[in-house]
Ligand binder design. Structure first.
Ligand SMILES: [Mn+2]
Length: 353
């Protein structure tokens, strides 16, 4: 088995996409992952805990792909399928880890930067001689035997779609819809800086394969539960500005979360509202988790802060403009500490320009 990591070649011709910017097309290592999985009969597909649209869309699209190729598929997520993603085609394919240890021929890990992000239960139950990974996190720790990691890709779903297109793997409307949700959500509705011409070219092919854009947009953007709106009201009222309005932050204690009756998935997106303020360069969200730890979510607007490097200091990671970490300590202590360090880092980079 030849498993190259981060090895890119120009593959314009295989997608027959003209690319005047000379963009690299991701997908060269897809064939190696494909080859590695070909011999496996029972395959487990997994992604990170507290899954987002990319983790789930990629998992379900990959499950359908491998099922169509005759493999026996199991798809697990530590936290299962959040209610707000129940519209995803094939959502019932995704389950939680079983009570007992299960044996597979291979595990395909998607959109997950480090092993512990898969969750304790999942890691305790899954056994396989071969682990392979497809991911776009710059902080990926390359913890599997075979890795295809492309930090320039805006979504794991885009890497999968590029791979399918390159290898001529049939994309059903259900697969296309899952891949579309993966890309649309992880690019912040095609807004973040890694959104490229290639993103739109691939998405055009997905739409031709059967995505109903209007219908799926309604599911993603216009189907929020009322409790999430109440949570946003709370978060906005408690927003603090520091470092000359360059940092906006807000927090949610466990007591407040219980009082508002929110689910873990409801907090996603609050931070983007803070980031939308002109003067703000960095947005931070502090959430007290049931285990007492504090989850930090961080968004950066430009290169004055490398969010992934900042979060790696606390044992977390992610992307340069969006990252997170889980930190021990009280909500107040962690918030004060992180905000002070953020201001320091910002000060250094802003004065060195
Ligand atoms: Mn992702």
């Amino acid at each position: 088995m030849h498993c190259n990591t981060n090895d890119l070649t120009l593959l314009k011709d295989s997608l027959s996409i003209s690319d005047p910017m000379g963009d690299l097309l991701e997908g060269n290592s897809f064939s190696e992952i494909h080859e590695a999985l070909a011999k496996a009969s029972r395959i487990l597909i997994v992604s990170h805990a507290r899954p987002d649209g990319d983790a789930l869309g990629s998992t379900l699209a990959a499950a359908m792909w491998l099922q169509n190729e005759g493999h026996v598929i199991t798809a697990w997520n530590e936290d299962g399928l959040p209610e707000k993603f129940s519209y995803l085609p094939g959502a019932s394919l995704l389950g939680k880890p079983t009570e007992q240890v299960e044996y597979f021929d291979a595990v395909l890990v998607l959109d997950t930067a480090s092993k512990n992000r898969l969750g304790e239960t999942l890691l305790a139950r899954a056994r396989a001689p071969l682990w392979v990974a497809i991911d776009h996190h710059v902080s990926n720790e390359q913890f599997t035997e075979c890795n295809w990691i492309e930090p320039r890709a805006p979504a794991t779903g885009q890497m999968l779609a590029a791979g399918f297109l390159m290898q001529g793997i049939p994309i059903t409307p259900e697969m296309a819809t899952n891949l579309y949700v993966a890309i649309a959500t992880d690019t912040g509705s095609f807004q973040y800086h890694k959104t490229s011409a290639q993103t739109f070219e691939i998405v055009a092919k997905l739409i031709r394969a059967g995505v109903n854009v209007g219908q799926i947009s309604q599911e993603i953007y216009a189907s929020q539960p009322r409790r999430r709106f109440e949570l946003f009201k709370h978060a906005l009222v408690h927003t603090q500005f520091s470092a000359d309005n360059r940092i906006a932050s807000t927090s949610l204690s466990r007591t407040q979360a219980i009082a508002l009756g929110i689910s873990p998935e409801d907090t996603e997106g609050i931070i983007d509202t803070l980031r939308s303020i002109k003067e703000v360069l960095v947005a931070a969200f502090f959430e007290e988790l049931p285990d007492g730890r504090i989850r930090l979510s961080l968004r950066s607007k430009n290169h004055s802060l490398d969010a992934s490097a900042f979060c790696q200091y606390y044992g977390g990671g992610g992307h340069d403009m969006a990252a997170g970490a889980s930190i021990a300590g009280s909500l107040e202590f962690v918030q004060t500490n992180v905000l002070e360090r953020l201001a320091k880092v910002l000060n250094i980079t802003l004065t060195s320009y």
